[in-house]
Design a protein around this ligand. Structure first.
Ligand SMILES: [Zn+2]
Length: 330
């Protein structure tokens, strides 16, 4: 078979058009193993690991290839500090039940008392009392002070409860980044693979197909300014006809004024309308009235149709979707 990406005659592999990690169930065998691996690590991951996708995956319990359901809270609070004292870093971990555990990270600060003595103030989480002894011995060793005796250790452990400081309802200040560009290559890939599946095989040799293949691996900023694509966070018309409450992945293709357009919606967070073939490409099989598919990511059930009635019914109240082509030479 001829690979959709390298165009070489190579054995096929199982490629999920909508990635498995987001509950995609449509598969093609027209992508060779090397191209499939490259898509997985450089393209699909940009989409499936996007914070907004992780929130949806967590809600639906979608583990994906890693067999681990993401916990977006852990990511959002990875660099969290204590609101009451922002110099104190917190350790936020997944508790295995979709929630988090928060512990005080090791913290030390040099302080001077009234008599001018300099000492180190160490703060650790109250759940790790035995760490106090290890920390003290480590500092003693470094300063050439004799290590703690057993009697001293017992004494210190006995005095620890008085040193515990409790903060009622502590607040955390998190810091996280949300990608606005990289995820787009994942959406372009979905639209391209659907174009390959839905159109005639000669499509692979068209100028537009070559342009899209380059775009999938191009720097993200090139995708953003590319005039074939209209991709956004949030739902484009008429993809909003599938409702803000449905999480279904939706895609459909149609021809408008000779331009073949594929619209893609991923959960209810990303959507795109992409011109996948231009009039000069001559790749639209006739008669092609359009194709439609939707995937329920929770159940994996799919709906596929060769007729656009589903689209017309759902979108009757919405304007036709035509990409905004930039005018050249201005
Ligand atoms: Zn290939």
């Amino acid at each position: 078979m001829r690979c959709y990406f390298c165009l070489q005659e190579r054995p096929g592999s199982e490629e999920h058009v909508f990635p498995l990690a987001i509950g995609g169930t449509i598969v093609t065998d027209r992508v060779c193993k090397p191209c499939n691996d490259q898509l997985g690590s450089q393209v699909d991951s940009c989409l499936t690991d996007h914070l907004l996708c992780k929130v949806k995956r967590a809600g639906l319990g979608l583990a994906g290839n890693a067999r681990r359901t993401p916990n977006p809270l852990v990511e959002m609070l990875a660099k969290a500090v204590l609101a009451e004292d922002p110099t104190k870093r917190m350790e936020v971990r997944d508790n295995g039940r979709g929630g988090i555990t928060v512990k005080h990270a090791y913290h030390e600060a040099v302080q001077t008392d009234d008599q001018g003595n300099t000492f180190k103030m160490v703060t650790i989480d109250a759940s790790r009392p035995n760490d106090v002894l290890k920390i003290l011995d480590r500092h003693r060793k470094r300063s050439n002070i004799p290590l703690l005796t057993d009697a001293e250790k017992t004494d210190i452990l006995a005095r620890l409860p008085d040193a515990i400081k409790t903060i009622e309802q502590p607040g955390l200040i998190g810091q996280f980044t949300v990608d606005l560009q990289e995820f787009q290559r994942g959406i372009v890939k979905i639209a391209y693979e659907l174009a390959c599946m839905w159109l005639d095989d000669t499509y692979l040799d068209s100028a537009t197909a070559a342009e899209i293949r380059n775009l999938i691996f191009a720097p993200a900023e090139d995708i953003v300014k590319h005039d074939l694509t209209n991709i956004q966070i949030g739902v484009l018309r008429p993809l909003q006809a599938w409702g803000e409450t449905s999480l279904d992945h939706v895609a459909y293709g149609f021809v408008e004024k000779g331009v073949t357009i594929i619209a893609v919606r991923v959960f209810d967070v990303f959507s795109a309308a992409m011109a996948v073939a231009m009039p000069g490409d001559g790749t639209v099989p006739k008669p092609w009235r359009g194709s439609f598919l939707s995937i329920n990511p929770a159940t994996g059930s799919t709906c596929q149709s060769n007729w656009p009635e589903a689209i017309e019914t759902r979108t009757r109240r919405h304007r036709p979707l035509v990409p905004q082509r930039k005018r050249k030479g201005r």
